[in-house]
Write a new protein. Structure first.
Length: 433
């Protein structure tokens, strides 16, 4: 089902007319209400009236996470706090959190984006939705919750953690849809196995996974272990939260971007010049309808490209492939760009290891080295040293074949890598210590 048929299937020419009008209004709004945007646009010599076509967006300055931090906490809000009904913040590992605010209308728009996303994943009002995204300052829990309620689903606001209880309730309540991060879902699948619960005892049929990169191999793993269809959902707090882009169940290939509300661009990672569809670079978003916290050309740091090929599902919104990683998670190992999700691909394809892993990056002299700490599966762990050595060599070989880098492998005992309850921490960077 298409939730908002009119907008989601709009002919591209019509869509572009809507986008331009909204872009112009949004730029005028931030110029008039937020000193940061006015100063930055003045310095760049561009005024709201200069935006005459969608391509003119390239004259506008970028916004970065640092800009948000410098205006902590509410400096980029366009409305006073009495018009704000919700505040979220991203924790981040370093520095100040980034704070975002929503008016009542923003929350309504967000609920629609999430309802559209659920519909794209094949969810209907009849579904029982087990929402294991974290509730709190993180946008995942509440963002998804409002969308599922908007659709009329029965929503279980379980949040993350306490996995055994999650399995019991999913079984007892007959949950049909699971919303969670892929790494936490893997954790749930392990817990189910430990409890001796067979997936056939559950009514789950679809999982909507996002908030962190996950590979195609992980999709196959989760689909086969839980007997579900796994759909990718993307979003970020600075732009909205979950519901910026989503895969359709028809294709499960590429995420449709809600282009009537968010204008995507791909820019070169070094020069920041706009790139053509199909070219890989950094994903940049401009919100078109946000009230409280619009962003202009926000640099997501996510590496991506745009797919303009028409989709069989009927939606006219362009798609983006699965996000493999962020520029700041990208490791450059002896000149080769490596994303943790690529190591994941190798692990899932290798018998004897579990897809629970952490990468430790260190610096020896001027060279970065990488060690993958990988859990051996229960059956293999008791095996002789010779078998484990063989496994190590096999993993090293497969990583070398796929990525062209030498990666140290440290096999660790089952269940020793910290389990994720939300976003998994894949990289431990020792280079700055
Ligand atoms: O993670 C919002 C969200 C919640 C999306 C639930 C989907 C489901 P932030 O905490 O601000 O917001 O983190 C945003 O997470 O820039 C990406 O790097 C990454 N990310 C989000 N979704 C995906 C995805 C939420 N499907 C950052 N694939 C983004 C890969 C993703 N990375």
């Amino acid at each position: 089902m298409i939730w908002n048929e009119k907008n989601e299937t709009m002919p591209r020419e019509e869509l572009e007319v809507v986008q331009l009008a909204r872009l112009q209004a949004q730029v005028e709004r931030v110029y008039a209400t937020v000193p940061y945007y006015r100063e930055k646009m003045d310095a760049a010599g561009v005024a709201p009236g200069d935006i005459k076509t969608l391509q003119d967006i390239k004259h506008l300055p970028f916004t970065t996470k640092d800009d948000l931090r410098r205006n902590y906490p509410f400096g980029l809000f366009t409305v006073p706090l009495d018009r704000i009904v919700r505040i979220h913040a991203s924790s981040g590992t370093t520095g100040q959190p980034t704070v975002v605010g929503y008016t009542r209308r923003d929350i309504k728009m967000w609920a629609e984006m999430m309802a559209r996303s659920l519909a794209a994943a094949g969810v209907t009002q009849k579904d029982v939705v087990h929402n294991a995204y974290g509730y709190g300052l993180f946008t995942g829990g509440l963002g998804a919750h409002y969308g599922a309620e908007e659709m009329g689903c029965a929503v279980i606001p379980i949040s993350g953690g306490n996995s055994k209880r999650q399995i019991t309730l999913m079984r007892d309540f007959g949950s049909t849809v699971l919303l969670a991060t892929p790494s936490y879902t893997l954790n749930l699948a392990d817990t189910m196995a430990e409890m001796g619960v067979d997936p056939s005892e559950l009514k789950l049929r679809v999982g909507i996974f996002g908030a962190e990169p996950w590979s195609e191999q992980m999709r196959t793993e989760l689909e086969s272990r839980l007997k579900i269809k796994a759909v990718d959902i993307y979003g970020l707090s600075e732009v909205l939260g979950p519901g910026v882009a989503v895969e359709c169940i028809e294709e499960q290939r590429g995420l449709h971007i809600m282009e009537d509300h968010f204008l995507p661009e791909i820019v070169d990672r070094d020069t920041f010049e706009p790139l053509a569809p199909g070219e890989k670079g950094e994903l940049v978003f401009t919100t078109l309808t946000k009230e409280a916290f619009p962003v202009i050309r926000y640099r997501t740091k996510d590496v991506c490209q745009l797919i303009t090929k028409v989709c069989t599902c009927g939606r006219t919104f362009h798609r983006m492939p699965k996000v493999t990683g962020r520029t700041d998670d990208m490791l450059i190992i002896r000149g080769v760009n490596v994303f943790p999700s690529q190591i994941e691909e190798v692990l899932i394809g290798t018998e004897g290891v579990e897809p629970h892993y952490q990468l430790v990056v260190s610096r020896e002299g001027s060279l970065d080295t990488i060690e993958a700490q990988v859990e051996v599966s229960e059956e293999f762990f008791s095996d002789e040293v010779r078998v484990l050595e063989g496994l190590t060599r096999k993993l090293q070989g497969n990583i070398k074949d796929l990525l062209g880098i030498s990666c140290k492998i440290k096999l660790v005992e089952p269940k020793t890598i910290q389990r994720s309850e939300g976003k998994a921490q894949r990289v431990i960077d020792k280079r700055n210590i």
